[in-house]
Design a protein around this ligand. Sequence first.
Ligand code: SF4
Length: 986
Amino acid sequence: MSLKLVIGPANAAKAGTALGAFRARLRHDPWLVVPTAADVAHYERELTQDGPRRGGRVATFSGFVREVAQRAGYAARVVAPLQRERVVAEAIASARLQALAPIAGTRGFLHAAGAFTAELERTLLTPQRLTAAVRALPDAPPTLHEVAAIYDRYARGLERLGRVDAELFAWRALDALRARKEVWGDTPVVFYGFDDFTTLERDAIETLSRVVGAEVTVSLTYEPGRAAFAGRARTFAELSQIATEVQELPALDDWYDEAGRAPLHALERGLFEPAAARDAEAGDAVRLLVAGGERAEIELVAATVLELLGDGVPGEEIAVVLRTPARSASLVEQVFGAYAIPHTLDWRVPLAHTALGRGLLALARCALLPADARPADLLAYLRTPGRLQRLELADRLELTVRRRALLSMEEARRAWEEARGGWPLRELDRLRGAAADGPAALLGALAREARTLFVAPHRGQARVLDAAEEADARALSALLRALEELGELAAAEPRRAAELLEPEALLAALGELEVSLGATAREGAVLVADPLAIRARRFDTVIVCGLQEGEFPRPAHPEPFLSDDVRRELNAVAGLRLPLREDALADERYLFYATASRPRRRLILSCRDADEDGNPALPSFFVDDVRALLRELPERHRPLSAVTWPLDAAPTDAERERAEALAAPRELPHPIGSLSEAATALLRQREVLSAGALERYARCPVRWFVESELQPERFEPDPEAMARGSCIHSVLERTLARVSWPIAVAELPAIEQVVREVVAEEASAFTLGRGAAAQAAAAHEIAADVLRLLAHEAEAEAGGAFRPAELELRFGMGDESALPALELTSAEPGDAAGGAPAEPLRLRGVIDRVDLDGAGRALVRDYKSGRRQPSWPVAKWASEDQLQVALYMVAVRELMGRQPAGGVYQPLRGEDLRARGVVRDDVNAGDLVVDTDRRSQEELEQELSAASERACQLAAQLRAGKLAPSPDTCGFGGCAYPGICRVVDQ
Ligand code: SF4
């Protein structure tokens, strides 16, 4: 019966003493208990490096507890993580919370409650004792009673299930050992590498040494009086009280390599000590990396690792330490992967972050929570790798969803099933049907759908999975295991299964399911881990990253259930031993000390002086603590602005190429010039061109080509202005067909009624991509715009002689209801059109309105609905290639046999509703246009001839495939194609 407590600072040969005790008792088959599974593998190797070992086991605490249970004859089924979470959720739901009710429904509360109940069990506190302690507390707030109720319900929930959790299993196993202490025999036990012990672990040590009478050796990194160990003073005090022997080992510097011995030993002895000497020479043993932003920091670390590997340091001798690896795991994977650094990182992601998990959860949401599901869920499901052979079908559905502004999943499903290329999504109905049959059927159906989704991209293949596919394989494995665990829970609680596995909570829990993506430890791989993972190991080089204020040291997290004040009160009133959290900084200091004492040769610290946005970032004061012990701390910098490396420091071939590319002169692409022969031939086949297209071509040929020929579809609904303009157009046309002319101001109230009727009839077209209230407001504004326009016309054209004769007059459209195409021939045949052979131009178009006066002369109107009003006066037509109205006037003359009396562009909206264009000075059009737009008949004919000639020239250039960008017109209405014309940056 003995407990030998071995204490001493880091590198004081405690391992030699502890492992020596283990080796010395090999014939008694001793147990070595270490903190992590990685430590188990490490010490298994270390204990067999001199040859095969006879006897002895190495295990984590939970592995050791299983042995205790087996010897003591204790057996119980342990709840799996998801089962446990459901039991905690059930405890919260059944605890009839009031004070905590506002926050009790969140996932955060559920996680906190799970952690809290586990902590209480590790403290060996029963629900009954907690309830009694709370009752004994004067003025205990209602929340405290509710916290005790949750713990009580949780314990009962486990009991009802006939299961225990991991903490309870250890607790009861130790109880069983106490009851049958003789079963342990004379097996010695050594605890090594722990930085601290929970109450449960201390109970195991005490049970083994004092009750069972086993020979126990405990190694604890502790040196009385040192600031670095302040957080371990209580553990030392408790263990030393039950120890039969305390062996205090002195600090040694034997373990360091020659090159790093002096500074690293000085660091170990002086860290956090106010009176420490401050004159150690850092040499190459202690360095600081300073980077601007997280990515630059990891890149600098990766470059340093590559240099170390290049210098011959084995990968497994390098540890990269992050206080919270999960926070930076993705970035580390990216950078270390890009730099081809072999590494081991216990990287876990939620199931919802894997391709398979995202797809399955989206499918389940669509099937089980259709009222909450959105079109994005259906799209996420359809885009699961392998689900569609033609991914563009999902893109097309997304286009439909966006353009029609579909808000619900059911609408999106209907759109999918009705679309060409879509098909019935029966899997949604299958899952719904399974859910109706009960939780067991639903879990089985989810597992089937998951398997189907997983194999979909691999059907008919037998190749090795790549990294992304392996992630899906791991996701499937984790998911199937979780579904099986939940299935067991449903079978154990058949009457409450539906409640326990309610779809929303079920999907939330599955979404958070952890999937391990990290590679397992292997020879030559750099270890990326948190400080606790390396506390029992030594390395050639340790790189400590993220030494930032608020990151390392990590700030104390307030305990949501029991504050330190309440814990103190409960401990005092009821004699409990609830641990306090006030010593967070002491714990962080110890962790940094433990990390900084792990390297034999090099300690490299890393911090950031700026964040990703360029804001200043404060390094951790631990960096200053190290700096204070050294004469000088060598630094290496990588600023935020460094997008590549300097040529002589590029760590990889790819980085060198990037640096060379940056240093090389910039190569600008040539502006687009003309179409290929094949494309031009296609253009030549166009027999009829539109007047609008010619106008657009005149403005910028490249823009015309993209918008009129390539015709990229918009991903979003039409811009509101465009959609509203087209609605106004339509309402105006239908109103004009129903009212009598001329419009008199006195008749406007009656016309308003007509407008409102038309708007009501057209209301369904006013979707404008928004909800019902917005549609009603849009309809109101459209009616107001049309009325304002008609009122303007009534005033401006009072006494005028023109009356509407044709609305939406079509020509050259190739159908029977339209007039034939307008044929124009250039007056300058031959070479004037860029070398293309002169051939007649055939034009088509739709004239918004043609009015006639009593003499049969025609006035052409073209409605313009945009807010932006370009120059429309006739004086600018030639210089700005305004062709449309002029060509329409020619069409009226040639196709209708009417004398053109004028043509105007009529704005439908905006401040100024005055029409601009040209009107003959010998006709009566009221005040339709301003005086400067009036021309004699000859002048008007000259305008028409000039427009016809220009149209022929443009058509010839167009047919010749000329695509000269026109940067002068870029600002006209904005242009989204500078990347295609490649002219704007030149
Ligand atoms: S950016 Fe300017 S030059 Fe280029 S296509 Fe657009 S309008 Fe034409």
